[in-house]
Design a protein around this ligand. Structure first.
Ligand SMILES: NC(=O)c1ccc[n+]([C@@H]2O[C@H](COP(=O)([O-])OP(=O)(O)OC[C@H]3O[C@@H](n4cnc5c(N)ncnc54)[C@H](OP(=O)(O)O)[C@@H]3O)[C@@H](O)[C@H]2O)c1
Length: 260
């Protein structure tokens, strides 16, 4: 299946990295400038569109309208459009391309490069076999879930921005253990093992235990974990952290409203 990227930045690179060893896929791209990558580069958007069966809109939201203006003059019959562009609805894209073309809106994260993204999927043509193929392709890049577009703002705050929030949490741990006077790279390795171990513990037990039970298993009565968790509760830290997700969701909603 021929994949054509319009734009070859972080997002397109992550998709390419995650799929490049799969022999079912071929790749090419069009961008403002040629990149240092062993992929076919088209200097004209029209040539990329002619080549590709699946066209990825891998540009920033503010660059999308210019690209759609160009695309509306191309022959898109038999082509499927995939848009990861934050805050731009399928209706927005249909305004330029009409509603005959199959458009798939997704919200992935950069863990696609390691086949570990969590990706939301919505299409204007659920009956399309190509849309189905794209859903399967997203399954190779991690976990994919079909979602109504109304859910994309919350999904973006949890799974799109989520890696940054989890890292910000890990950074609090790192700042705290600076007093060990170990090199930063060693601290990173220790924290990496902590998060890997926690993920494995979650993974191994997730089918049989709730998150509350998993926390309880680490908590002995009157012990250190209990002391920390009581502080967590008394200071309403869950509520504060929820505020982080709400702020991200609100911003996503604002971005969706501007120019949808
Ligand atoms: N990064 C993420 O974690 C992430 C996650 C989910 C969704 N997304 C979405 O994915 C999209 C791309 O994000 P990104 O992080 O990959 O952005 P990026 O790294 O800035 O890459 C954007 C690419 O678009 C190209 N471009 C811009 N205007 C163009 C034009 N007129 N013609 C041709 N190419 C053009 C740029 O080309 P040049 O390099 O030649 O200038 C660049 O290669 C965004 O809409 C974002 O909302 C990103």
């Amino acid at each position: 299946m021929k994949q054509g990227f319009i734009g070859f930045g972080n997002l397109a690179k992550a998709v390419y990295q995650g799929l490049k060893d799969d022999r079912n896929f071929e790749f090419a791209y069009f961008a403002r400038s040629k990149k240092d990558v062993d992929l076919h580069f088209f200097e004209q958007l029209e040539s990329l569109v002619y080549y590709a069966e699946i066209i990825w809109l891998a540009v920033k939201p503010q660059d999308l309208s210019g690209i759609l203006e160009q695309l509306r003059n191309c022959d898109l019959s038999g082509k499927t459009i995939v848009s990861p562009v934050a805050g731009k609805s399928i209706a927005y894209i249909e305004n330029y391309l009409g509603n005959d073309t199959t458009i798939v809106r997704i919200m992935p994260n950069l863990a696609m490069a390691y086949n570990a993204s969590v990706t939301a999927f919505h299409t204007n043509h659920p009956e399309s076999l190509m849309a189905d193929s794209i859903f399967n392709l997203l399954g190779k890049l991690g976990k994919a879930v079909k979602l109504e577009e109304e859910g994309f703002d919350l999904f973006t705050s949890v799974f799109g921005s989520g890696p940054a929030f989890i890292l910000a949490f890990i950074k609090i741990f790192k700042d705290k253990i600076q007093e060990f006077d170990l090199p930063g790279s060693v601290l990173d390795e220790l924290l990496l093992e902590l998060t890997r171990g926690t993920t494995l513990y979650f993974m191994q037990n997730q089918k049989n235990c709730s998150i509350e039970e998993l926390i309880k298993n680490i908590t002995s009565k009157g012990g250190t974990t209990q002391a920390g968790l009581e502080y967590f509760k008394s200071q309403n830290i869950s509520k504060h952290f929820e505020g982080v997700l709400d702020a991200a969701r609100k911003r996503s909603e604002e971005l969706s409203k501007n120019g949808n």
